[in-house]
Design a protein around this ligand. Structure first.
Ligand SMILES: [Zn+2]
Length: 97
């Protein structure tokens, strides 16, 4: 994988652990995962991380409902602004689950 000696002490070189599979990856290669689903208030929070394969899995799962959400939001039937508004409402509802 890396094989190179990375100087420690800078944020960008941090190693993080994937919460799904336990793999240790470079922070830059990991995706932030906020278990609270609240991406808007990041202050003072500790993020968890997913490695790319696990992040991809997560996305696949989320996509199951995507088409439904798009239809419910009126994709292709409303103007763009209305659609985006509804789409945001629907996905935010989803997050709070
Ligand atoms: Zn993983």
């Amino acid at each position: 994988m890396t094989g190179t000696s990375i100087p420690w002490g800078t944020d960008s070189d941090q190693r993080v652990t994937c919460i799904a599979c336990g793999e240790t990856v470079d922070r830059g290669d990991a995706r932030e995962y906020d278990k609270h689903g609240d991406r808007w208030s990041r202050e003072g929070k500790t993020f968890e991380y997913l490695c790319k394969p696990c992040d991809r899995d997560r996305c696949h799962q989320n996509r199951d409902g995507l088409e439904e959400t798009l239809v419910a939001a009126g994709a292709g039937r409303t103007d763009r602004e209305t659609f985006l508004e509804r789409y945001c409402e629907l996905t935010i509802d989803d997050d709070h689950d």
